[in-house]
Design a protein around this ligand. Sequence first.
Ligand SMILES: *Cc1c(COP(=O)(O)O)cnc(C)c1O
Length: 410
Amino acid sequence: MGFNTDLLHIGVSEKKQGATLPPIYQNSAFFQEVAEDLEGIFAGKKMGYCYSRVANPTVTFFEERIAKLEGGIGAVACASGMAALSMALLNILEAGDEIISSASIYGGTIDLFRDLEAFGIKTKYVKNNDWDEIENAFTDKTKLVFAETIGNPCLDVTDIKKLSEIAHSHGVVLIIDNTTATPYLIKAIKHGADVVINSSSKYINGSSNSISGILVDGGHFKWTKEKYSVLGQHLKFGPFAYISKLRAGLYRNIGVCLSPLNAYLNIIGLETLGLRMKKQCENASILANWLEGNYPDIKVNYPGLKSSFWHEIAKSQLEGGYGGIITIRVGSKEKAFSVINNLKIPYIVSNIGDTKTLVVHPASTISLHSSPKELEDAGVYDDLIRISVGIEDVEDIIEDFKQAIENSNK
Ligand SMILES: *Cc1c(COP(=O)(O)O)cnc(C)c1O
């Protein structure tokens, strides 16, 4: 089936009472008829639900839909994108391990990597797609490679196939944050990613009505006892080792479960992911071209523009567009604030992926805790504005940017 058909129909054949949407199982616990059944569930020998911190049918429905869309063997939904990221990493990391990460990533993830240092886990940052630098960063301690499909807010595009080949040649797993691209633009697993994370608070939910995150395991990575002894007894499950350990371990024990109501809101949002992404990509492309064509003093960064350093890799890898995010450099922080404050339609919000157009000044918000070096690597400048383009009529957005730029301080 095509992408949009899948969005609407995956899993519905298991409908209860003829409902075309899954019920919201807004309950904490599930009873069994006999004690033996609960014993079986706890021992992992019987399928079933016991407690919503461990698993919940509404959440399962959301997980199965995303797993199919990303092309994986299983998914784990969490209370936030950061929770999903934390789980994806900590599931296989131990004190002494090293992460190799693209330097141009989401500020919150840089903060998380810094937090992991207290647990003896070090992150080496590399320039995205700089194969020599990446190759040289590997040591015996390297446990995972991390990058974003489209860096937020740098808008650089990772060559996932090439990066996965390098990671795999070292026996190391590749974890990709696909939040900005979504499975609409790329099936990262097909390109070689092993575990894919989405902050579903963004495009998947679509209307900014709940925080959540989800990770998908592609099931292709060969977990070896030598490198990933941390998977312990779960190694016997082969391709399911990673998901099995996570579900029975940190996911349950730290307690990062997604609420059933938020899973339900995501399932509804997800139905229109294809339509929204199509429109957002179109609008972003039109706005980026218009800005670049009309304001030579404004530096426009969008992977869909031929002027983007990342255009060629974006073109060869992404399907159906170049994403809904644009960044512009307007010359100074004062000017950036003035443009932002003059805009009438976009909301000043540190979020992306909403149906509504959103703008933010990353340097003073999402990247506030980054060092000068981290800011430079992440492509965050004092005069940078990030625009998450919505599904409004694009003429209105253009008119609004026109008046905001022309009325702004010099
Ligand atoms: C927002 C975001 C996250 C974090 O997700 P939350 O749902 O806010 O916790 C992670 N990665 C990227 C690329 C993001 O944009």
